[in-house]
Design a protein around this ligand. Structure first.
Ligand SMILES: Cc1cc2nc3c(=O)[nH]c(=O)nc-3n(C[C@H](O)[C@H](O)[C@H](O)COP(=O)(O)O)c2cc1C
Length: 258
């Protein structure tokens, strides 16, 4: 049976669906609404050391900076579900500084945003396997919280090399895109196969119905992050999806803790 309350990096999630970074998760009010909703976790907007402005960008790094979230994270934790801080920076040191500060503030899991174009231009994490190893090992050595790496939709290395680098560096979780290109298996599916159980995969993107979520979860993805549907529908989307999943699997998912 598909687990709807997964354990990921030794953390129990009360539901397998959660918001994706940046989807109604920038301000305190938005984050508190996520915490009160049926979402299985609260995932913050990507956080940089200081307030970041990126006029014109759709999914960039605009956020009020680390200090703002240090205040909010203890409040979010009171709702009893995992708090995931998405972290970004233009250097390895910036990532580490933000992640260490947010770990001290009580974050359960740090999501390293290697998805953003700004991060690619400045940090070059996928320039080579050696560079990825250098970047990831620096994070692992210096950040105490469990780490998850969010991959970009297209990675200029083989997914097998990426998986082995993450496993070698004791990274327990990877966020992968649920969609594939040109009819190929999705990135999440390819990573699941390459990881052979050594990494927990959280799928990101392309989900707005319970049927879509169930199909992905049944293939072994542990949890799903939802972006556009949260923005379009608000945090009430999680109650709808929980109900739809319950109908599909014949369980009263409203009885799951949230
Ligand atoms: C308004 C908005 C802001 C976003 N901000 C971030 C962000 O700060 N960090 C990040 O890693 N992804 C960000 N994303 C990307 C989402 O986390 C997610 O990967 C993407 O929307 C795909 O999911 P979807 O198909 O469900 O929309 C953002 C997406 C949206 C719609």
């Amino acid at each position: 049976m598909t687990p709807m309350t997964p354990i990921i990096a030794d953390i129990r999630f009360p539901f397998s669906l959660m918001n994706a970074a940046g989807a109604l998760s920038t301000t305190r009010a938005e984050l508190l609404a996520q915490a009160r909703s049926e979402s299985g976790a609260v995932v913050t907007k990507s956080i940089t050391p200081t307030s970041f402005l990126d006029p014109g960008a759709q999914c960039g790094l605009e956020n009020p900076g680390t200090d703002y979230y240090v205040e909010v994270i203890p409040e979010l934790r009171q709702w009893g579900k995992p708090v995931i801080a998405s972290v970004a920076g233009l250097t390895i040191e910036e990532f580490v500084q933000v992640a260490q500060t947010l770990t001290q503030a009580g974050t359960d899991l740090i999501e390293i945003n290697l998805n953003d174009p700004h991060v690619h231009t400045h940090v070059h994490p996928f320039q080579s396997v050696e560079r990825l190893d250098e970047v990831v090992s620096a994070f692992r050595r210096q950040i105490a919280a469990p780490l998850a790496i969010k991959l970009p939709a297209t990675v200029p290395l083989t997914l097998s090399d990426v998986v082995h680098t993450l496993v070698r560096n004791d990274i327990p979780v990877v966020m992968c895109h649920n969609t594939g290109t040109n009819g190929d298996p999705s990135q999440a599916q390819a990573v699941l196969e390459a990881a052979a159980g050594k990494l927990d995969v959280i799928g990101v993107g392309g989900v707005s119905t319970g049927a879509q979520a169930l199909a992905i979860l049944q293939r072994g993805v542990k949890a799903i992050q939802i972006g556009s549907a949260v923005v379009k529908e608000g945090v009430g989307v999680f109650a709808r999806l929980k109900h739809e999943l319950g109908e599909l699997i014949g369980t009263d998912t409203t009885k799951l803790a949230s």
